[in-house]
Design a protein. Sequence first.
Length: 197
Amino acid sequence: MTQDKETIVPPGQYFIKNFIVYSVLGTPLIDKERYRLRVTGLVERELEFSYDELLRLPQIKVTADSHCVTKWSVKNVTWEGIPIRIFAEMAGVKPAARWIMFRCLDGYTTPVPIEDALSENAIVALRMNGESFKLEHGWPARPFIPHLYLWKSAKWLNIIEFIEKYIDGYWEARGYHERGNIWLEERFKNSSEKHHR
Ligand SMILES: Nc1nc2c(c(=O)[nH]1)N[C@H]1C(S)=C(S)[C@@H](COP(=O)(O)O)O[C@H]1N2
Ligand SMILES: [Mo]
């Protein structure tokens, strides 16, 4: 019998019922009419989308357990949005690009390796469990990449920047891992031995 990965608990995680809200830089005010998502950096064409334009792009649903690096997980969350690959294709990403830096309206940042960000189920999510995000959960948009910890799911996303060389984001500068793969338990940098807080 084959077992679906999503039914296995990743190492060190336990399930709780609902997300715990984390907004380490506070909650920004967002004007729906002025909001734009920009695609920039190592691209042939810079792009900009209003919220209404985002809603018209192709979308997929991804149902997955969602995991915070502090060890709580929420089962069976349905995230819905635009595959990040679609932005990459529209913008014409240059071969030199190796990382995506996600940048947000509150100043939060987080880098993701390009191969993870362009994987099949990696999306810029616009909805969770059938509804637009509440402001505290990152309305209008946040990336979701099922095999990475949730700190990579940057709320109030407004810039997708393609870059060549790795640079730290907010939590990476404080010791969190460059990639954050849940199955490899990549919580902290250089932590092959798994010591925890
Ligand atoms: N802009 C921003 N995005 C963020 C964070 C944050 O503090 N600010 N926290 C991250 C972490 S560590 C987690 S676990 C999730 C929590 O999502 P929630 O606040 O919607 O529950 O958001 C992630 N994205
Ligand atoms: Mo987290």
